[in-house]
Write a protein that binds this ligand. Structure first.
Ligand code: SF4
Ligand code: SF4
Length: 157
């Protein structure tokens, strides 16, 4: 079942940094520059940023706060930390945070290209994640699906 869980754009949230967040370098990945909304630039979700160049951000030293404060789940160590899980290589980008106040956990997994969310490695990670926690999937075609721990919804694939 496909469920719209909140309207685009994704609310911009600056997660509390984890201690090891800078152990993984972005390198030439620019997945978040495509997937996320940047309110300061009026950039909607899933549209390439006008400032994206072949070598990365062309306004890197002047990029807006939304860009400066964002770290995906791979950088934060919230998905497998191997190089093959870098978002532009695995095809999925994780965003997660704990709401304050309230302490509710929010997890999203964004698909960079069609089929990436059905990759066996991604499905295996999702199966582990959904044993204990809800996660919302954002497919490349703009549809959404929420997987909940009691298994009411279906796994992708
Ligand atoms: S998606 Fe993650 S690894 Fe890729 S550029 Fe953004 S923060 Fe860096
Ligand atoms: S301004 Fe730079 S860092 Fe921000 S989304 Fe655009 S290309 Fe990416």
């Amino acid at each position: 079942m496909t469920l719209p869980v909140f309207p685009d754009p994704l609310p911009i949230v600056s997660p509390v940094p984890s201690a090891d967040q800078f152990e993984r370098a972005c390198g030439d990945c620019t997945a978040c520059c495509l997937l996320l909304a940047v309110v300061e630039l009026n950039k909607p979700m899933r549209f390439a940023c006008d400032h994206q160049g072949q070598g990365g951000c062309r306004i890197y030293s002047d990029r807006p706060p939304t860009c400066r404060e964002f770290d995906c789940g791979w950088r934060r160590g919230e998905v497998p930390t191997g190089d093959d899980w870098r978002p532009d290589r695995r095809g999925v980008m994780h965003v997660g945070w704990t709401e304050q106040p309230g302490g509710q956990r929010r997890d999203y997994l964004f698909e960079l290209w069609p089929g990436a969310l059905s990759d066996p490695a991604v499905v295996a990670w999702l199966q582990g994640h959904t044993r204990t926690s809800e996660i919302t999937l954002s497919y490349r075609n703009g549809t959404w699906q929420t997987l909940i721990p009691d298994g009411t919804d279906t796994m992708p694939g």
